[in-house]
Write a protein that binds this ligand. Structure first.
Ligand code: GTP
Length: 406
């Protein structure tokens, strides 16, 4: 249902149908097919989504019987992906998933036909059957897309390196679809990104810079939403879009704490993050943004707030009202600060620009002067340290005076 709402479908009717057995022709028994036909005509329904895998034959027969478009869950998700994919890579991944899905269905009906034909004794005749041709064309297209994806990924790697040269720490928002990532992203960045009541508003990562309370700039990255029971064929496409998360300096896990399955969702997200090699421990793992606290009743809300006071990595928020968002930014600040390194610099008195930069971007822990130099002990992000070295090299033509990190 939520999935259907994601592409602005208006759901007029939902029903659980018990199957005594799967009919090869229509999945449902003839009584059910007829009952739905009447309902579909009466309600003027244009699309039926069946939450079970349909064979192409079943899909076609149901479309004929009901006189409307029929898709299964994978088809629906592919529709959503198709509508949401913005970057070239996203589009290619969706197309790849759609073709793989189509090919698996062709193979199934093809072997089925082959068996039938074998029964008649004219197996192995010359020439390709139409299904063989379709299958070959799809396979060729898949090979082409894979190659193009490799190219796109390679250039994306370059882009990423380019971004690294402006080394703000990158903070990635992850979480279940509908948890409120886009809403939070918008609130924190005030950017004009889609924040409708839509799943997958964010198939491709979106990035914006945000200034933290300490004055430090970060890049906030909004990522694709997780979905429950994702069809196997689509998992690769999703994971690829999460590669950005591996590059992040910090992960913020946005959770919908008003959702009845919030605990199970959290485990899903953590296990995918673990697969991606991302730290998930209670101290070094993601910061949890416990979102939608405005939807909790007073008691549940108090309990959550009291509990999270003891957990520095959990911040109750409401992306909708803005409550807790300042605390979330402060928590991000703290975590990034903890990753800071202390470095000592010896700078010439003529290096006023570099000294000012250190005061702006780092925390100056100590300073003393002699006749020729200023000596500064500074706490800096690893990213800012690299940035400072480049800045200084540019200003001085070389790292003349630098002693490097302590
Ligand atoms: P995907 O883009 O599908 O991954 O979803 P998302 O995690 O980005 O969720 P999104 O920001 O689109 O929010 C989903 C729905 O939850 C929208 O209807 C939001 O208005 C609503 N929402 C988000 N945050 C809050 C909140 O703090 N409180 C309430 N009441 N609703 C919220």
């Amino acid at each position: 249902m939520g999935l259907a709402a994601a592409i602005n479908l208006k759901v007029v009717h939902g029903e659980v149908v018990r199957l005594s057995r799967r009919r090869p022709a229509t999945l449902l028994g003839s009584g059910a097919v007829e009952a739905f036909r009447e309902l579909i005509a009466a309600e003027e329904i244009g699309l039926v989504v069946v939450d079970a895998p349909l064979t192409p034959v079943q899909q076609r027969n149901l479309e004929r019987a009901w006189n409307c478009k029929v898709i299964d869950r994978t088809g629906l998700i592919l529709e959503i992906f198709g509508e949401r994919a913005r970057t070239r890579e996203g589009q290619l991944q969706v197309e790849l998933a759609a073709l793989t899905y189509q090919r698996s269905r062709l193979v199934r009906s093809w072997t089925h036909l082959e068996r039938q034909r074998g029964g008649f004794g004219f197996l192995g005749g010359p020439g390709e059957s139409q299904l063989e041709i379709d299958r070959r064309l799809i396979s060729e297209r898949i090979t082409r897309i894979r190659r193009e994806l490799e190219d796109v990924k390679r250039t994306r790697g370059l882009h990423r390196k380019a971004r690294r040269r402006v080394p703000y720490p990158v903070v990635a928002l992850v979480g279940y679809t509908n948890a409120g990532k886009s809403t939070l992203f918008n609130r924190l960045t005030r950017a004009q990104v889609m924040a409708e009541d839509m799943l997958f508003a964010t198939l491709d990562p979106t990035m914006r810079s945000v200034r933290l309370p300490s004055g430090r700039d970060i890049i906030l990255s909004d990522t694709v939403g997780f979905i429950s029971d994702l069809p196997t064929d689509l998992i690769a496409a999703f994971r690829a879009t999460l590669e950005e998360v591996q590059e992040a300096d910090l992960v913020v896990h946005v959770r919908d704490v008003s959702h009845p399955e919030t605990a199970a969702q959290k485990q899903d997200v953590l296990s995918v993050l673990q697969d991606l090699g991302i730290e998930t421990g209670p101290e070094d793992g993601p910061i949890e943004a416990l979102n939608k606290i405005d939807l909790l009743d007073a008691a549940a809300r108090e309990q959550l707030i009291a509990h999270s006071r003891r957990e520095p990595n959990q911040v109750p928020i409401s992306a909708a009202t803005g409550e807790g968002c300042a605390e979330l930014l402060a928590a991000i600040d703290r975590r990034l600060a903890a990753a800071r390194q202390v470095a000592e610099f010896r700078l010439g008195h003529d290096e006023g620009t570099a000294i000012a930069w250190l005061y702006d971007h780092g925390e100056v822990l100590g300073r003393h002067e002699d006749e020729a130099f200023s000596y500064l002990r500074v706490r800096l992000d690893p990213a800012d340290l690299a940035r400072f070295e480049r800045l200084r090299a540019r200003l001085n033509g070389a790292n003349r005076h630098q002693q490097g990190p302590a």
